[in-house]
Unconditional design. Sequence first.
Lengths: 114, 114
Amino acid sequence: AQSVSQHNHHVILSEAASLELGCNYSYGGTVNLFWYVQYPGQHLQLLLKYFSGDPLVKGIKGFEAEFIKSKFSFNLRKPSVQWSDTAEYFCAVILYSGNTPLVFGKGTRLSVIA
Amino acid sequence: KAGVTQTPRYLIKTRGQQVTLSCSPISGHRSVSWYQQTPGQGLQFLFEYFSETQRNKGNFPGRFSGRQFSNSRSEMNVSTLELGDSALYLCASSVGQGMNTEAFFGQGTRLTVV
């Protein structure tokens, strides 16, 4: 069965530190890839998405992610985190064909301390 | 443009009761998916509907059911509630599934079973 793995359950960083959150998936075939963010008390919002083309995609709030097809990975990065980035981050994958549902990883909780 | 609307926002039910949750997708969106979110488990896929047909179903017991109406609105029902059903239930809508479309999420319904 298709699965999505997020390597870190909880990450704690100081402000201005760099961030990288890992995401690996087990699908074969063409995929659409997403990172969603859930700020405390708010609904899930799309951070960025990869459909095709340049494997380095940029999203909102300075986030970016790199799709490495050979490694089945889609890691999220940010050069310098802020306190307001404290949230839970979810990686999600769906087959381009749409024959499978959008499947999420278990999420990574990011805590940014001043 | 209105977002995905879920009602009610909060529910408290007793074990053994049943509950119905509602989701109104973004206008023009024909695909609706439901997820159960619990701490540490991330978002677990329940089911997906497209044009009133269930296209995918997750690994949940038969107590969990859903349907979609001709106007794309969707409901999910949980019968014989158990304590473990306490969770945030999220609805997502999209134009289609896969094929370079993205899912938009509602605020969720927080179900507490006592």
